[in-house]
Every structure is written in structure tokens, then in C-alpha cells.
Write a protein that binds this ligand. Sequence first.
Ligand SMILES: *[C@@H]1O[C@H](CO)[C@@H](O)[C@H](O)[C@H]1NC(C)=O
Ligand SMILES: *[C@@H]1O[C@H](CO)[C@@H](O)[C@H](O)[C@H]1NC(C)=O
Ligand SMILES: *[C@@H]1O[C@H](CO)[C@@H](O)[C@H](O)[C@H]1NC(C)=O
Length: 417
Amino acid sequence: MLGSVQSTLWSLVLLVCVAQALPWELEYRLTAVKERLADLFKPYPGPSEVSLPPEFDSRPELFKLHRDIVSVESESFKEQKGSAFLRKYLQSKGLTVEYIDVRGGRQNVYAYLGNAKNTSVLLTSHIDTVPPFFKYSARKEDDGIKIYGRGTADAKGSIASQIVAFEELLQEGTIGEGDVSLLYVVGEEAGGEGMIAANTSFVESNVNWDAVIFGEPTTNALAVGHKGIYTFRIHVYGKASHSAYPELGVDANKVLIEILHSFEHAEWPGSKMLGDTTINIGLFDAHNAANVVSPYAAASVLIRVASTTKEVSKLVSDIVDKYKEQALRVEIDTIHAVEPTYLDYDVPGFNSSFLSCYTDVPSLGERGFKRYLYGPGSIHDAHGATEYVSLQSLTQAVDDYKKLILHALGKVEEDKE
Ligand SMILES: *[C@@H]1O[C@H](CO)[C@@H](O)[C@H](O)[C@H]1NC(C)=O
Ligand SMILES: *[C@@H]1O[C@H](CO)[C@@H](O)[C@H](O)[C@H]1NC(C)=O
Ligand SMILES: *[C@@H]1O[C@H](CO)[C@@H](O)[C@H](O)[C@H]1NC(C)=O
């Protein structure tokens, strides 16, 4: 399966998914993308490093932790140093830290106070980053101080601000054993293996929470949800002939072009909450000589589903049905179908937004807990060669995570004041 799927994946990855990885992409993505899109991944030339501005004194622990964790390289599949760093850091703060093993000698990190593995709230994000690594630096720009480096936003900004929010609440005496735990997973950018392994481990050991706060760059807004996925390969079978006598053949390329044209011009059902359903045709496979009528053509298509995969796949087959007669055979292989994810977002004092890309949220099986998705930085900058998080966004995230934790614990901040 994997072999035949690989060429498909390759193209999907190429054109669609600079934004987010999916389970079926696996390692393939890393090498393919690196080789083929070398330009895109040219490291940022690097802003001139400045000594940290005085604004960094406001929360020294936050900026130091963020800098240190960004400085540890932890590309997907090579997260070991990131896991070890977090384990050591969290242990030094007196937490109980466990590793959850993931395929390939990698580890998720789960931390809590004392013996209370079950907590009311779970804070979680991912340790891995997309390649290539480029180092941490900070500089003052017209619109404020920006911190550049791989993972500064996606998602080490979330990790650092979650941990500091936890520490501050602990120091303030607002939380204690049994209230909050922390989970940092590997592999989010490459199929979600880390979260899938964490899910299995927690279900088996009967660990559960009332609320889970996922950290991904959402520009400091609470995400209302994110789109699902419907991805498939379409195969068209025709009959070869000399191109001088096209009437003797059945041109698979022609039928595929008609179908793809209809896909591009279809009205895909969207939703009020998640916006438009969008389509990307990532791969054409019709390599025949120009003087041969093609006997076979295929394409790989990825649809970001804002409505339901049922509605979307129905429209796909309705379109295909219209052209079926023109070929010997048309087949659709579904590669992956995941419904949109809807989140909890009804917390006072927050803006809301939606994400178009995929996250780890659906990989942590629903077991009755509320799900929030929030983080500093923007997904639009996250995978590019100028990934950054602003100082303002990072500090606001600490305040906001504290608010979210207290909201989830039912301890509204006003009560405290
Ligand atoms: C966690 O809570 C669940 C449900 O209340 C309970 O069944 C389970 O034993 C607890 N797990 C641990 C590790 O304490
Ligand atoms: C909500 O978004 C607006 C516009 O971007 C911004 O000015 C405001 O500060 C945001 N509010 C919160 C609570 O983040
Ligand atoms: C979570 O793990 C349980 C137990 O292995 C499994 O039944 C469930 O399907 C998993 N959920 C997801 C979303 O993978």
C-alpha cells in the first residue's frame, strides 16, 4: 500500500501541505519536500542578533525557556533532544515526569505534580518542528520585537507559554496536585504518531481529564475548529492508440482533464463556522508520449473539508459519474477521510478563529473532555523560512493560558481578585 501511495503523497505534500502533515505522509514528506522544495526551505538569512531588549525582563523565565527550547533541534523523527530537554526542565521544577514511548526510539513527555496522573486540565503541544532548523534570534522591528527561529511559533511558543503559565499559577498558589498536567508529543508535523501513542497509553492506563488545552499557533485566539480532510486518487482507464488515429483509442488523459476541470469549478459545500471547502489537485500521472493516446491517467486530490466528508465524497462521485461513459473505467481510491474538528471556545475575553489545517486534536480520542485550541504566533508564518513569534504574542499567551486553565478549573479569575 505504502509504495503505491508514496508517489501520491509526494505530490500532495509538495503542493498542499506546507501547512500541516497527515498520517499517511510519514517520513516520506521530510526527504521529498526537502529535495524538491529546496528554495522554500532556504534558511532565513538571519536577523542580526541583538542583546535581549529590556522588554524581556518582564518574564525572564518565559524568554529563557523559549530561547533554550528553540535552540534544541527537534525535527520530526529526531525529537530525542527536545524530549530530554523538557524532561530535565520539568523535573528541575519538581514535577513527576514520565516518557511515553513512540516508534523509532522517540518519547512523548507527560508531567504532573506528585502522584496525581489524572488531572482536571491537560496542557499539550508538540515538540517536533518541520525542517530545516534555523537558529533563535530576536530583533526590534517597526511593529515590535520579533523572535525568529524554527519552532518559535510552531509550537515551542505554545510549550514555553504553557509551562510558564503553569509555574506562575503554582507559585501564586492557585493550582496544586491533581489540577494540571502537561503533555508534549513528538511527530505532530509528520502524521501525529506521538499523539496517537499518547492516546493509546492514556486509554490503557485510564488517565483522563475534564479539559484539554492544545497549543498551536492561533494568533492568540481560541480556535472554533479546523477543517477535515478528504483525499483520494482517481484512476482513468482508456485504450492506447497511435495519436494520428485517435478514433482507434480511448484517451484517458482527456477524460481526466474534464473531470478535474469539473472538480475545480464545482461548488464545494462549505460551512459558516469553518469557511470554504477547498480543493487541491496535487499530482497528475499521465506520462505518455505525445504521439500516443493515453491508456491510463491518474491524479491525487486533497480536499480540505469544511462541511462533511459525506457531502464532499458524494459530489466527487456525482462529477465522476458524468464522465464515466467516456472512459473504459474510472476508479476512486479514498486515501484518508477525517471529519472537521469542532472545539470549545466559549470563554469570555477571547477572540475566536478557525484553522484550515490539520492538528493533533482528533488524534486524542474524545472521552468527554472539553477541547480548547490556542497559541501564540501565526500558522501563516509557521513553516516558512521566516518563522517567528512576537514578544507581545508570547507574553499574552501566558496570561491567556492562565485564564483558560482557571476557566477550565471553574476558578474564574475575578473570584481570586
Ligand atoms: C483516573 O480516573 C479514572 C476515572 O475517575 C479512574 O478510573 C482511574 O483509576 C484514574 N487513574 C489513575 C491512574 O489514577
Ligand atoms: C481581538 O482582536 C482584536 C483585533 O485583532 C484585537 O485588537 C484585540 O486585542 C483582541 N482581543 C483579545 C482579547 O485578544
Ligand atoms: C484512542 O485509543 C483507544 C484505545 O487504543 C482507541 O480505541 C481509540 O480509537 C483511540 N482514538 C483515536 C482518535 O485514535
